[in-house]
Design a protein around this ligand. Structure first.
Ligand code: HEM
Length: 462
């Protein structure tokens, strides 16, 4: 199955895996095949031979740490990197790029997303989520089917919009942006799967991508222009970036503001939506875990509408369910880089200019680091068991200087959404069973998750 390249320079050459030989399995279950390959390599770095593109597949936690943190300067997201080049058509050259533009964006945005800053949002976010979840009362009474993804999109927008644009973008426009992002994520699949095709050569999805970017720009650009012309005092990201100055003391141009607000809103909604949509089929498939979760919610939240800070801290099982969701379905499953200079990792030589692929999905399912890796088991994240063998055996939010900016936001928002919905309603899926995984920029379910809700009990008046 694998051949070793001949190389007499420093470090040994990576074992080359001719992926075309595995094509039938790869077509059926690409991620499953890559996990099996990584398991059999026992930590060795592999070179996946896809013909014109030959990425290194790096799965060992210590090697992941080398790329994302210890020698991160050698591994860039800039240039022609897989995933990032097509993503930048939508998000521009700011926070999702690399080099000086990224550094400047990160420095401007970081203060908005610190643990301390996010902690101040507990009460307002909990209220916003409660108000959004109130809208399930009617479909729960009538038994109407709901698309979990669409409904979660609405709840998530209500939860986080104040962080991004105060009340400047209506819920309807936010939902149009979220829908356009869905089109973009899917339209980018061809570029993701065909990283060697230059931008000038059209691939399926290009037209849908352009149209969807147009939808976002039609909403955001006039707004950004108006904010720059008349800066506000607000502490939302849009107001702050519209007031910001670059290192020469000049205001940012409208493109810079648009790119960073759009990039962070898109990553915030897309990832949260993707992870939480997996929750329903998972709970449906594991009634004992669902019961345990309901018991905690019953005890801690009871009939309260708005979850308090103390209640949130007491929701430890809910937290573990979310952590385990992030292990098995990490939305940011693919973290590619391009090596700038030759390097040696664990004795294997990495050649300058080549693509290096790190994947939380693969590492978080390695049998050497995870007992029963394909079993959903929140107990892994409880008490003593939560001690990891290696920091980078679990890295749903990446690591090093590019570590997810929204980690604290997600860690606040996700348990609040889960607890608010499931303390009030039980659900029934229209189509039981786990959906296939859609390999797009985020790891989404490959079919809609449709469900009906029923109220747990009569609600206490507000
Ligand atoms: C389930 C939730 C989320 C997951 C799994 C996730 C995952 C990730 C990962 C793996 C990275 C590292 C990318 C890299 O190293 O190249 C990242 C970066 C990033 N994430 Fe998240 N993310 C999530 C939620 C959010 C939220 C809520 C926000 C809202 C602000 C956000 C904003 C960002 C941004 C702006 C970056 C780029 C940071 C940088 O390069 O400096 N993410 N995320």
């Amino acid at each position: 199955m694998a051949e070793r390249e001949v190389d007499d320079s420093q470090g040994r050459a990576a074992r080359s895996v001719p992926l075309w030989k595995m094509l039938p399995g790869l077509m059926r279950d690409p991620l499953g095949q890559l996990v099996a390959l990584a398991d059999s390599a026992e930590g060795e770095i592999l070179r996946l031979n896809l013909g014109t593109v030959r990425p290194y597949l790096v799965t060992e936690p210590a090697h992941v740490q080398h790329i994302l943190r210890d020698n991160e300067a050698n591994y860039t997201r800039g240039g022609q990197s897989m995933l990032w080049r097509p993503v930048r058509r939508f998000t521009g050259d700011g926070i999702l790029s690399d080099g000086p533009e990224w550094r400047a964006s990160r420095a401007r945005m970081q203060p908005h997303f610190t643990a301390k800053r996010i902690d101040l949002l507990v009460d307002s976010m909990s209220r916003a989520i409660s108000d959004a979840v109130d809208e399930f009362d009617e479909p729960a009474r009538t038994g109407r089917w709901l698309d979990a993804g669409t409904e979660l999109g609405r709840v998530i927008c209500r939860a986080i919009s104040s962080v991004f644009f105060a009340d400047r973008v209506s819920l309807a426009d936010q939902l149009r942006i979220v829908a356009a992002q869905g089109t973009i994520v899917t339209a980018l699949r061809a570029r993701l799967l065909l990283p060697f095709v230059p931008d000038a050569v059209p691939v399926p999805g290009d037209r849908a991508l352009r149209r969807a970017i147009g939808v976002v720009d039609d909403i955001m650009l006039p707004l950004v222009r108006a904010e720059i012309a008349n800066p506000r005092d607000g502490d939302d990201l849009l107001a702050a970036l519209a007031r910001a100055r670059d290192e020469h003391g000049r205001p940012l141009d409208e493109r810079q503001v648009r790119d960073d607000v759009v990039a962070s809103f898109a990553t915030a909604t897309e990832t949260t939506y993707a992870v939480l949509t997996w929750l329903w089929p998972i709970l449906d498939a594991h009634p004992e875990i669902a019961e345990r979760l309901y018991a905690e919610l019953d005890e801690v939240v009871g009939t309260d509408r708005v979850i308090s800070r103390d209640q949130l801290s007491a929701l430890t099982y809910t937290r573990s369910v979310v952590d385990e969701l992030l292990r098995m379905y990490p939305a940011g499953w693919l973290v590619p880089r391009t090596a700038l200079a030759d390097d040696v990792i664990g004795g294997t030589r990495i050649r300058a200019g080549s693509l290096v692929v790190v994947s939380s999905y693969i590492t978080q399912r390695l049998a050497r680091f995870w007992d029963r890796p394909d079993t959903f088991d929140p107990e892994r994240f409880r008490g003593d068991q939560s001690r990891r063998s290696h920091r980078y055996a679990y890295f749903p939010f990446g690591g090093g200087p590019h570590q997810c900016l929204g980690m604290y936001l997600f860690n606040l928002e996700a348990p609040l959404v889960v607890a608010t919905v499931l303390s009030r309603y039980r659900f029934r899926l229209r189509e039981p069973g786990m959906p296939p995984r859609q390999l797009a920029a985020a790891l989404r379910p490959g079919r809609p998750v449709v469900m009906a809700l029923t109220p747990v009990r009569e609600r206490r008046p507000a």
